[in-house]
Design a protein around this ligand. Structure first.
Ligand code: URA
Ligand code: CA
Length: 433
């Protein structure tokens, strides 16, 4: 096989075979196919697209390019949740203990993240003593025992995707639905998921700004999952404003604890119940979404979800007393209030700009080398549709430095107040089964 022939084939709109796709991914991973040829192929894919079969083949070729996590010694159906990323998305911290408390095994491999806040692991490390450096056999034992454990990224998963993503980044080919969908799905499958629930975000704080793009991506990923034997479901949820109130690491842990106690923000709670119900059904722990939801609501009201959080934290070395004493989480030195400059209805809270303000406080990494400050961040006191009186606090700023004027002006410019009544945005737009 010659790469040049395959580039021409795709350029002319023909379909690549399974063997051809395997040849390309193997050759690109081992370096025998150079970047310039791969770049040309990516651009051809960008314009010509890929068939369902090609997408499934590309996904599995990328899965096979590196290590695969073997979760077969964990009892039950392993369901993984993936979010395409948003601002203040605290769902993983809530969903792990929540669905585990009704018997769904959660074997989560997680990362640190280069975003407005750290990733799930950074957030969890705001609990003193908590660690994710767990041996593989210990990890499996923990999930069988407690139904939930989180491990740091280990092994060399989907090296083909890493190399391809870097190349796409500099060749104008990131924004291709088949390439995005195969990239995300290959990572989930390599991480050992039997079934997958996808939370595809849409809005200004999301990767997919429009609902049409979000739907297309969601459908593409659901098809790939189902075509490669992993039952996959997607929901499309709102990211036009941050999710919940808190954006920060320790602040989001506190928000997750409150949500598990039944005292969390309405939107975060609803999204967790929706995603969680699908997870319970995918794991075959309930026969309908209504039954699954009842189980989860019971787990919250009975305290068993909160109890599961304590077991989860303590079995990975964490100080579980933070659950009852959230003041033990890292605390910022200073708090400031961003006051409303006029009365009216909150009409806009630009998610990515607010996320950026949290990063400026130190809650997220600007570069891989940045050290994040677990204590700092933002807590929204109002959401879109709420009425505010001039002088009310819109946001509480948790900071370890005294001068937050830049943060305040950034927030000011991105939280709008209108004299007319504003409806709060829809949280869940669609479910794609
Ligand atoms: N996220 C991914 O993992 N891959 C993409 O291609 C885009 C977003
Ligand atoms: Ca949040």
């Amino acid at each position: 096989m010659r790469m040049v022939d395959l580039i021409e084939k795709k350029r002319d709109g023909l379909e690549l075979t399974t063997a051809e796709i395997q040849f390309i991914i193997k050759g690109y991973t081992d370096g025998s196919i150079p970047d310039y040829q791969m770049s040309a192929l990516l651009m051809a894919i960008y314009f010509q697209g890929m068939s369902q079969t090609e997408r499934a083949d590309l996904t599995m070729a990328m899965v096979d390019s590196g290590d695969k996590i073997d979760l077969s010694n964990i009892n039950g159906i392993k369901v993984d949740k993936h979010s395409t990323g948003g601002v203040g998305d605290t769902t993983t911290l809530v969903l792990g203990p929540l669905v585990a408390s009704v018997g769904v095994p959660v074997a989560k491999m997680s990362g640190r993240g280069l975003s407005h806040t750290g990733g799930t692991i950074d957030k969890l490390e705001s609990v003193a003593g908590f660690h994710v450096e767990v041996q593989n056999n210990e990890f499996i034992k923990l999930v069988n025992q407690n139904k939930v454990a989180v491990i740091g990224q280990s092994g060399n998963l989907t090296p083909a995707d890493k190399k391809l993503y870097a190349l796409r980044d500099v060749t104008g080919t990131v924004n291709s639905i088949p390439l995005i969908a195969t990239s995300i799905m290959s990572k989930k499958i390599a991480a050992g998921a039997d079934a997958i629930i996808l939370d595809v975000k849409t809005g200004n704080g999301a990767f997919m700004k429009s609902i049409d793009d979000a739907r297309e991506l969601a459908k593409a990923m659901v098809s790939i999952g189902n075509n490669v034997g992993r039952k996959t479901i997607a929901i499309i949820s709102d990211m036009s404003q941050p999710l919940g109130f808190a954006i920060g690491n320790a602040l989001e842990v506190k928000e997750a604890i409150e949500t598990l106690r039944g005292e969390g923000p309405a939107d975060l709670t609803e999204l967790c119940l929706t995603l969680g119900s699908h997870m319970v059904c995918l794991a075959q722990k309930a026969s309908s979404l209504e039954e699954a939801r009842k189980k989860l609501e019971n787990a919250i009201s009975s305290g068993s979800a909160l109890e599961k959080m304590k077991i989860f934290l303590s079995s990975q070395g964490g100080d579980a007393t933070v659950v009852d004493h959230v003041k033990k989480l890292p605390q910022a030195k200073y708090t400031f209030e961003l006051e409303a400059k006029q009365s009216g209805y909150v009409s806009e809270i630009v998610a990515d700009a607010v996320g950026h303000a949290a990063m400026l406080l130190g809650a997220g990494r600007a570069t891989k080398e940045s050290i994040i400050d677990l204590a700092v961040g933002l807590v929204l006191n109002k959401k879109i549709g709420d009425y505010v009186t001039k002088g009310d606090s819109l946001v509480t700023i948790y900071s370890n430095f005294e001068d937050v004027s830049e943060i305040k002006s950034q927030l000011d410019a991105n939280i709008k107040i209108s004299l007319n009544k504003v409806k709060s945005p829809k949280l869940i737009y669609e479910e794609i089964l």
